[in-house]
Write a protein of this length. Structure first.
Length: 298
């Protein structure tokens, strides 16, 4: 099974172009299964795997305390692996085809309200060192709904301030164009003109946002920066880069934006992922109704 597994991971990397993290996660899930199958059921060939083997393995994982969301990821890994094996005629049939995915509770994402976002952005001190950079990063996170990895990986050659767009590379190495709002364009322009040149050295690449040493940012450092500015702005809520992405989508939807357009800007492959924001917005509307409708007041 190990040779087939190696070939499958190579397929994910070369033909599908999936990220290193996805490859690592999938390999880890499949190696857990193959190790269990060999040790407990003496199954060493993919053609000998049956549906009961999957069922026993998943029951074993559940007894070990694995969360439903993690079990779902392992099922997905098994399904795509054995589907690939069947497609390549390495097995006569796909034993994982009828394997059901567990239903998961859907948790509504946290968001900042518009007033809190304004408080966060207005609280950045642009007169101190790196203040202009931090202001530009926060504005771009909220204006374009970028993931943390997309922001730190953003490059000058992909930024078009004249037309107000930026090309970013998201999950699965997929690229997309995302609008950049007027406030974010202003902040980025000021940063590029007045602060970034001071950090540039011979080894500096084309990353938009640099450290004081002229290197690209890390997602960990971005988290620290966002958290620090939230604390200085007096926000009690835990603030992190993805919270601004959630807020971006929720505020667009609340303003009347089409869900498909929001999906495109966020880079979601499936509209179902974006639909969670409709639940966030309906929850907000229900709360407003409860608080202000005269028939709800005692």
């Amino acid at each position: 099974m190990h040779a087939d597994l190696d070939d499958f991971i190579l397929y994910l990397a070369t033909e599908r172009g999936l990220s290193d993290n996805y490859q690592l996660s999938t390999r880890r899930s499949l190696e857990t299964f193959t190790s269990w199958a060999e040790k407990t059921r003496q199954v060493t060939e993919v053609g000998a795997v049956t549906l009961p083997h999957f069922q026993e393995f998943l029951a074993h994982r559940k007894r070990a305390g694995l969360a439903a969301a993690s079990i779902k990821l392992e099922i997905v890994a098994l399904k795509i692996f054995f589907r690939w094996l069947a497609y390549r005629n390495r097995i006569p049939r796909d034993p994982a085809d009828v394997l059901p995915l567990p239903r998961l509770e859907r948790y509504l994402p946290e968001t900042l309200n518009e007033l809190a976002v304004e408080q966060l952005l207005a609280g950045v001190d642009t007169t101190i060192a790196l203040g202009l950079r931090d202001w530009a990063m926060l504005e771009l996170l909220y204006a374009s709904g970028l993931r943390a990895s997309e922001l730190v990986g953003a490059r000058l050659e992909n930024l078009d301030l004249d037309h107000g767009v930026i090309r970013v590379t998201g999950k699965g190495n997929k690229t997309r164009l995302v609008p950049v709002g007027a406030k974010a364009r202003e902040a980025i322009t000021v940063y590029l003109e007045k602060e970034r040149p001071a950090f540039v050295s011979k080894r500096t690449g084309s990353h938009i946002f640099l450290t004081r040493h002229g290197k690209g940012m890390t997602t960990v450092r971005l988290w620290q920066i966002v958290k620090g500015h939230a604390a200085r702005a007096g926000l009690q809520q835990k603030v992190y880069p993805h919270l601004l992405r959630h807020s971006f989508a929720t505020h667009l939807l609340g303003g009347g934006a089409d869900l498909r357009i929001i999906q495109e800007m966020l880079g979601h492959a499936d509209i179902a992922t974006t639909e969670i924001y409709t639940h966030v917005d309906s929850t907000r509307l229900a709360e407003v109704h409860r608080r202000f409708h005269p028939r709800n007041k005692k």
